[in-house]
Design a protein around this ligand. Structure first.
Ligand SMILES: [Zn+2]
Length: 383
C-alpha cells in the first residue's frame, strides 16, 4: 500500500502495512491498541507543591530557568549530572501547570522507575491523585498527575499540557521511532526532557523543537563526581583483581556492584566469586528474583551484586563501590560508563567512592567517559 501513513504510530513503511476488507491497516503497532484516556478530565483545584527539604541553590536556579522557558512557550532539555537530583528540577514547573488545572505527565522508558517515582511525586504533591500507568497496570488512566512508561503514551494522544520525559537515552525509548512518535503525539503543550548523558543529536533535536538546554553540573551535595580509574588486566588476572578488591571492600563494610557486559559473563564470574565470597547474588533481566535480591542488598543482607546493565541507573546505595568487569566490551558506550560511574558517592554523608574500569584495552568509550566526568567537575568549579 503506497502513501499510507498509520494514524496511530506514524509508520509509513509498506512492508508493515496490510489490507483487510479492502482497507489498509498497520502491523507495526498491533500491540499498542487499547483504551485511550478521557481527555475531558480536569485536575482538581488547589494542588500545591510541599517539599519538606530545601533545594540546593543551583537546583533552585535551574528550576526557575526551566519554568521561565516554559512560560515563554519553549521546550527544555535538562542536562543534569548523575546524582544532581533531577526530578526535583521539574517540581516547580509541574506546580505551575497544576495550578492552572492543566494535564501533567511524567514519562520514563522503564517500568521500575514508574513504580519508584509515583510515590515520590505523591509525597510532594500530597493533595494530588497520582496515577501510575504501565503494562499490566492500565485500569485507570486519569488522574491529576500521570506517571507512565513511554509504552503507554499512545493512550494519551494530544493530552498533555506539560509532559516530562526522564532518561531519554535509556532503552527502549532511545532510537525507537514508534515510541518517539507516541511521545510527540501525546504533547499538546510543552515538554521537558531529562538526561545525565544527552547525545549531540539530542541537543540538536531539542533546538529543532523550539527548545533550549539547561545544564546542572553539580550534585545536590556539592561534592565532585567520583572520577573512574582504568586498570589494565587480562582475563585471568582480572578475576583475581576483582576478588581481591571485593574482599577489601567487604572488610571495610562497603557494598559493591560488579558490572558485567553479558548474562553469560555474569554467570561465569559469579560462579567463581561466590566460591570465595558468599553474601552475593547475580542479577540480570533474566533473574526472576532480582527485585528481591536488590532489596536484600539495600538492607545490607548481601555484600555484593554482580549485575548486567539493569542496575546502570535508578538505584542509590549508600557508600557503594563499583567495578566494571570487561569494561572494554563493545556494549559499554561512553554514556553507559558515565551512568554506571554515577551510582557512586550519591549520598550526602558518603560522597566518595571507587569506580574501577577493568579491561584488556583502554577503549575510546573508557577514555571519553573519564574525560567527560572530569570536565563536569571542572564546569561545576569543583576541581
Ligand atoms: Zn501503526
Amino acid at each position: 500500500m503506497e502513501n499510507y501513513i498509520c494514524p496511530n504510530c506514524g509508520n509509513q513503511d509498506p512492508r508493515y502495512i496490510g489490507m483487510k476488507n479492502g482497507l489498509p491497516y498497520c502491523r507495526k503497532c498491533l500491540s499498542f491498541q487499547g483504551k485511550h484516556v478521557e481527555s475531558s478530565y480536569v485536575p482538581k483545584t488547589g494542588l500545591k507543591l510541599s517539599l519538606n527539604y530545601p533545594l540546593s541553590e543551583k537546583q533552585e536556579e535551574v528550576s526557575s530557568k526551566v519554568l521561565s522557558l516554559l512560560k515563554e512557550g519553549k521546550n527544555v532539555l535538562i542536562h543534569a549530572v548523575t546524582g544532581a537530583g533531577k526530578t526535583e528540577l521539574v517540581y516547580r514547573a509541574m506546580e505551575f501547570y497544576l495550578e492552572k488545572r492543566k494535564h501533567v505527565g511524567f514519562a520514563t522508558p522503564r517500568k521500575d522507575v514508574v513504580i519508584d517515582l509515583a510515590p515520590r511525586i505523591k509525597e510532594v504533591f500530597r493533595e494530588a491523585e497520582v496515577i501510575s500507568v504501565y503494562g499490566e497496570h492500565t485500569s485507570r488512566l486519569n488522574g491529576d498527575i500521570i506517571v507512565l512508561t513511554t509504552h503507554q503514551l499512545y493512550r494519551y494522544g494530544g493530552y498533555f499540557d506539560l509532559l516530562i520525559l526522564d532518561e531519554i537515552d535509556a532503552f527502549p525509548f532511545k532510537g525507537n521511532d514508534m515510541l518517539n512518535h507516541f511521545f510527540f503525539k501525546s504533547v499538546k503543550g510543552n515538554f521537558v526532557l531529562l538526561s545525565a548523558t544527552p547525545s549531540k543529536e539530542d541537543i540538536e533535536e531539542i533546538k529543532k523543537h523550539h527548545g533550549e538546554v539547561v545544564s546542572l553540573f553539580e550534585r545536590y551535595h556539592h561534592s565532585p563526581l567520583p572520577v573512574p580509574v582504568f586498570v589494565k588486566k587480562n582475563d585471568y588476572t582480572a578475576i583475581y583483581f576483582v576478588l581481591r578488591k571485593l574482599k577489601e571492600y567487604i572488610k571495610e563494610n562497603k557494598p559493591v556492584f560488579i558490572f558485567v557486559p553479558t548474562i553469560d559473563e555474569g554467570e561465569k564470574l559469579f560462579s567463581i566469586l561466590s566460591l570465595f565470597v558468599h553474601q552475593g547474588a547475580f542479577v540480570s533481566s533474566k533473574e526472576e528474583d532480582r527485585r528481591l535480591d536488590i532489596e536484600r542488598f539495600k538492607q545490607g543482607e548481601l555484600d555484593y551484586l554482580v549485575t548486567t546493565s539493569i542496575l546502570e541507573r535508578g538505584v542509590t546505595v549508600r557508600n557503594l563501590q563499583v567495578m566494571v568487569f570487561a569494561a572494554d566490551h563493545e556494549i559499554y558506550s561512553q554514556a553507559t560508563l558515565v551512568q554506571i560511574a554515577g551510582r557512586v558517592g550519591r549520598k550526602i554523608n558518603a560522597t566518595k567512592g571507587d569506580v574501577i574500569f577493568i579491561g584488556k584495552n583502554k577503549t575510546a568509550a573508557i577514555t571519553g567517559s573519564i574525560d567527560e566526568i572530569a570536565r563536569y567537575n571542572k564546569k561545576a568549579g569543583l576541581l
